[in-house]
Write a protein that binds this ligand. Structure first.
Ligand code: ADP
Ligand code: MG
Length: 253
């Protein structure tokens, strides 16, 4: 870092979001203030329905917010046209999802190459680059395989390769290990750690304590507000606290 001030990647001030369906309005995010610096590896935790995905969708410019201010890498994100949002996403952002979101009738290489197709890169070139990213994920031999021929862990690695191919500054991952067994989950987290070590900011949503504990900063959402931010140094205590909670549930059962 050579003494330079860290660069702010995400800045949220008083973000509010409601879903309106018919005559009902559900206030999901109730004033979120948050700063995330470039290069951080952050997890967002909270019980089901606490607003994690809603927050991540706003951060990834997949959805609008009603009130507040959002700056992504210095650009104000507010009522953007879909065209402008898509441009910013293409330049800056990669996405990883719980259910992988691979295209079932395209092989691994074609899935990874897809963002380059949308950028107008010709087939030969985009497939060559896709193979390089598959290789990085240890999946070169799987390039010609279809998603239904791959394990969950392999599919998620294909999805991670796809998220990296447009050289994003930030990766958003909504429950990236939610569909994986424990050892495969740790494998995927280790890949994300390596990617983060190369300088890419990573923000994941998870409801698993052990997965969150592998990140540098845990943001705990509760009913649409940030209840707690747990940083590296505090993590050990937090793990102990979690261990106690875990024991208590065991005792109760
Ligand atoms: N598109 C939507 N329309 C209406 N309600 C929604 C929509 N998306 C989410 N919700 C509701 O908003 C709340 C927060 O959802 P979500 O952000 O998905 O929570 P989490 O990811 O933490 O489980 C939930 O009560 C959910 O049912
Ligand atoms: Mg969710």
């Amino acid at each position: 870092m050579s003494g330079q001030k860290a660069k702010t990647m995400i800045s949220l001030k008083n973000i509010n979001k409601s879903y309106v369906t018919g005559s009902n309005s559900l206030h999901v995010l109730k004033g979120i203030d948050l700063e995330i610096e470039a290069g951080e590896f952050v997890s967002i935790m909270g019980s089901s329905g606490s607003g994690k995905s809603t927050l991540l969708n706003i951060l990834g410019i997949l959805d609008n917010y009603d009130e507040g201010e959002y700056y992504l890498n210095g650009t104000q994100v507010k009522n953007m046209t879909e065209k402008k949002a898509a441009k910013l996403r293409n330049e800056l952002v990669g996405f990883v999802f719980q259910s992988f979101n691979l295209i079932s009738f395209k092989n691994a290489m074609e899935n990874v190459a897809l963002p380059l197709y949308y950028q107008g890169v010709n087939r030969k070139k985009r497939n060559k680059i896709a193979l390089e990213y598959l290789d990085k994920m240890g999946l070169l031999e799987w390039a010609e395989h279809m998603p239904n021929e791959m394990s969950g862990g392999q599919k998620q690695r294909v999805a991670i390769a796809r998220s990296l191919i447009s050289k994003p500054k930030i990766i958003f991952a909504d429950e990236p290990t939610g569909a994986l067994d424990t050892s495969t989950s740790y494998e995927v987290m280790n890949i994300l750690k390596e990617i983060n070590a190369e300088g890419i900011t990573i923000i994941i949503v998870t409801h698993e304590h052990d997965i969150a504990a592998m990140t540098q900063k845990i943001i705990r959402l509760n009913d649409g507000v940030i209840a707690e931010i747990i940083k590296n140094g505090d993590l050990k205590d937090w793990k102990q606290q979690y261990a106690k909670e875990f024991e208590m549930t065991l005792v109760r059962e």
